[in-house]
Design a protein around this ligand. Structure first.
Ligand SMILES: NC(=O)c1ccc[n+]([C@@H]2O[C@H](COP(=O)([O-])OP(=O)(O)OC[C@H]3O[C@@H](n4cnc5c(N)ncnc54)[C@H](O)[C@@H]3O)[C@@H](O)[C@H]2O)c1
Length: 331
């Protein structure tokens, strides 16, 4: 079987997860990696045997055999590699947040329309079974008409030292924004948000956002970086969707495998990405398998929606403004 050749731009902590997950797909070959840091290029070549490594993404795009590119650079640096890939005739998966400025995401959409190739957002929760099951229940009418959505996303406080580089709405809440838009099946028209901003940062460590959709659905999203690392819970999230026929909900607080050891509790999450002795599981691999097969077969990757991602960024900008200025924002 002819394998799909894939290129990865940005081999940081999450780019490495892309590399591991692609390598576990028998119909995919990671043909090239681009990273501005020499040690990451060395890692790709020496430890993972990636045949081509480049400092600059533009050179990587010259390889005609590459059919799909993952853009996994810093949050605010997705535009250039995405445009380079599209203009070179590659399909693109761009990590969340697709961009930190909505205008840049619109430029990506336009470039994709011109190139005839697809660009999809890295919103992997659509492939996580618990999240996807709620969407299935909504589509099957099992909840009736959706009235209310609540989603919480809590992360360990040490991560905030790295990820305060990007506003919490783009770094963390953007996942739940995409889910809320997917579940509600409408567009947000009004936002009110509150944030708690530690001194010296314009990214909140706690963020609450109240959303009103044009179809009457109400949503409350809550993101925070306040879980002490010592608590031993990396992912502490929950979702509740209330309809007029029923409620669907889950809580991940004890969903990972817990080790209760002499040093306290450690929880290993298996839902997003896990490399178990070389065998990869999780939503990232599911998403990359789906997108790779769409690139190979020329099918529409309609499980993901770039339009929803653009709307998510419009809402994210409204949330950031509301939390900073303390006012209701209409879209
Ligand atoms: N979908 C998810 O659940 C998920 C999880 C984690 C991170 N992410 C996203 O993935 C992206 C990367 O996050 P990370 O945690 O891996 O960041 P990181 O800082 O660990 O890595 C970024 C990498 O990009 C490289 N880079 C930067 N500019 C480049 C360029 N122009 N060309 C080539 N390489 C370049 C850097 O050298 C670095 O190795 C972010 O958008 C982040 O939000 C998504």
């Amino acid at each position: 079987m002819e394998r799909l050749k894939v290129g990865i731009v940005g081999l940081g902590s999450w780019g490495l997860c892309h590399l591991e997950a692609y390598r576990d797909l028998p119909f995919v070959e990671v043909a090239a990696v681009s990273d501005i840091r020499p040690e990451r290029r060395q890692l790709a070549k020496e430890q993972y045997g990636v045949p081509h490594v480049f400092e600059d993404a533009e050179s990587m795009m010259q390889l005609p055999e590459i059919g799909l590119v993952s853009v996994v650079t810093y949050e605010q640096d997705h535009l250039r590699p995405a445009l380079l890939a599209l203009s070179a005739g590659k399909n693109v998966l761009v990590e969340k947040p697709v961009a930190t400025k909505t205008e840049e995401a619109r430029m990506m959409r336009e470039a994709a329309e011109k190139s005839g190739k697809f660009i999809v957002p890295g919103h992997l929760l659509r492939f996580e079974p618990k999240y996807a099951e709620i969407r299935r229940m909504i589509a099957a009418g099992e909840l009736g008409k959706v009235a209310s959505i609540y989603m919480k996303r809590s992360r360990e406080s040490s991560l905030f030292r790295t990820y305060r580089r990007t506003h919490t709405v783009h770094e963390l809440m953007v996942h739940d924004l995409d889910q809320a838009i997917w579940y509600a099946g409408g567009r947000v028209k009004r936002v009110y948000a509150n944030g708690r901003f530690p001194p010296g940062t314009d990214s909140p460590e706690v963020l609450w956002a109240h959303l009103a959709f044009d179809n009457g659905v109400i949503a409350v999203l809550h993101a925070n970086w306040m879980t002490p690392d010592e608590a031993g819970i990396a992912i502490n999230d929950c979702t509740e969707v209330i309809g007029d026929k029923g409620t669907a909900c889950f809580d991940t607080v004890a969903a990972g495998v817990q080790l209760l050891g002499a040093g306290g509790r450690r929880t290993t999450d298996l839902s997003v990405h896990r490399n178990q002795d070389g065998r990869v599981t999780g939503a990232l691999k599911e998403q990359l398998a789906y997108v790779s097969l769409c690139a190979m077969n020329g099918t529409d990757p309609d499980m993901l929606s770039f339009e929803d991602a653009i709307h998510g960024l419009e809402v994210a900008e409204a949330i950031a403004a509301s939390a900073w200025e303390g006012r209701v924002v209409d879209l």
